[in-house]
Ligand binder design. Sequence first.
Ligand SMILES: C[S@@+](CC[C@H](N)C(=O)[O-])C[C@H]1O[C@@H](n2cnc3c(N)ncnc32)[C@H](O)[C@@H]1O
Length: 684
Amino acid sequence: MPEGTTVEVRPAKGRPMLTWVGKRPLRQVTAFPAQHVESYGQAGALSAAPELWADWPAAYPRGGLLFHGDNKEVLAHLLANGFRGKVRLVYIDPPFDSGADYVRRVTLRGAQGTARFEGEGYTLGEQIQYTDIWANDNYLQFMYERLLLLRELLHDEAGIVGLQCDWRKAHHLRCLFDETFGPDNFRGEVLVRAGTKNVQSQFDEVSALATGHNSILLYSKSSDHRLPKLLERSDRFEPGKWDTFWRGTDRPTMRYELLGVMPSSGQWRWERSRAERAVQAYQAYLREYADSLTLDEYYLRTLRTTGVDLDFVRKDENGTVQYYVPPRDYRVLSNVWFDLAYRGAETGYPTEKHEQPVARLVQWLTNPGDIVLDCFIGSGTTAAVAQKLGRRWIGCDINKGAIQTTCKRLQAIIAAQAKALEAAAQPGLPLLEQEGAEAEPRPAQLSFTVYRVNDYDLQIQHNEAVNLACEHIGIARTRIDPFFEGTLGRSLVKIVPFTHPLTVADLEEIKRELSSRPEEERDVTVVCLGKELAAGAWLEEWNRLRRRTGLPNQIAVIELRTDPRYGRFFVHQPARARVTVERREGRVYVRIDDFLSPTIIERLKEQGGVLEPQIDDWRAMVDSVMIDPAHDGQVFNVALADVPERKTDLVAGEYELDAPPGETTVAVKITDMLGEEVVVTARV
Ligand SMILES: C[S@@+](CC[C@H](N)C(=O)[O-])C[C@H]1O[C@@H](n2cnc3c(N)ncnc32)[C@H](O)[C@@H]1O
């Protein structure tokens, strides 16, 4: 494992404090380096406004950043690498502890008929994208740690986080926020629409009251942070006007001398500091802008460019103190956003949210060029919105399917933006000057880079292997035991990672665990692929002693590689491809001759029973093809991407690109419909 850096985390000190079994503070985390995996687009493209990127750590290319890994590690990595205090908006939509396995429907590509089973279109069943069945206490600890790390990444004055959740966890998450961010930093709760669910399923005694909303809890990093008004343009324009600054009620603290005047009776309308700021703002207007802009124009321009809703106070010719009632060509929105859609349908990712609520948040709470972060990125909704609205973005997900989905989505958006920019660019005119004040902001970047933190692939493979093994052997999973994965009959089950044979160290760990549970009477079954000789001797001795002294906790072993009862355990056969690469007259030609995914075939067989699946065209199994014509052996730089938008379309299979000068390594990455990747390289 690479050596890590220690990152300090400020302790939570807000009140009240929620407590749970196993609550631990998070004082520091270890940050590991990230491995650069893939790049899309031309890195640094659109650094036309370099000042936008001035705060960007030099170690990263200027562009979107997408991390594959557990967000605890990714956030620690970002903190250790120059992003502390730089993020304006965090939007997250974490798993809800909903007790559900989220699945993505996977089908083969091609028109109905490309691949068939006796007249049936193939589906590959459902692929589990992630599981969020967690014991309550684990969930709280999980979220507590993420919130503490996110707070460190937020901008000290202007940082804000929006967390989307539903009735199952909203009350706990508010408490966690109060503790980690402080109750003074609560900035409101936005209600967005959600699929209607019946609360009764969870609480049987409650009447069948369906819920149709999610909450987005908003907390700022600083308690001085005032959110701008949330405005929506309307067709009616009402000009600004001056009104008296006096109010009838009588609070002594609101009576003070302003512009040499005391309120005649009652009190001033605003607190002293706000009124004084407003006096200064009006004087600044008179000094610097009165010659060129009306007060209405000045007010609206500031509001649109910076989101700041300026107040003005003056004394009129009769000596009356007046305040400015601003012009209106907008409606002020409330926290109920039921006018927006909720379910996204761009990607087929199981929990994809609609872009509309995220876009409203981003427009309301950030300016073009600000950094927006989502460390539960899923299908990439937040990144897609940020990319479209000219913000910089950072995304992260633990699930490879999510990373692949996000890559595909962002690639398509960036390609469309690049095309539109090209079309709009007239010779001789710099792009920026062609944009009207109301135009969509120019994209902050036209590229993004994928990193992996801590080789997460291995971990995911382990989880998948564990799931498969449990299914194969008939192990009942226990979700609340942090050590044992499940039970088989009356015995506890420990699954040893399939990356190594069972060793004495693994057995010693089980021994330690058992000694911490003196009342545990059950036997243990260890599942592994095979075992080391020394482990066999250790086990014999352990079991002999137990039998002789009548102690519980005998240990049995299932060796999947050799155990006749479980002989047909799934051995993963990697997908294979035959690819021809040629170089002719300054061009590189790539042809995929064949592709085979034994896993897909296996899945189809399971579905079809005795029928042999017939796939006439290998392209039905392929989701995308990417080519890097100058591969350096480490980072995949995507120069050509073939990702058909519609499921009924197939990849082309034949490609032509400019050849780099001199001999080069061409790498071709083929991703199948289950997300498995095959990379073929050739020197030409
Ligand atoms: C509710 S989904 C987010 C959906 C997203 N808002 C969208 O519109 O597509 C939650 C995501 O969090 C990811 N996730 C769960 N645990 C994680 C962890 N520890 N680190 C990073 N991502 C995680 C899941 O893989 C899943 O994609």
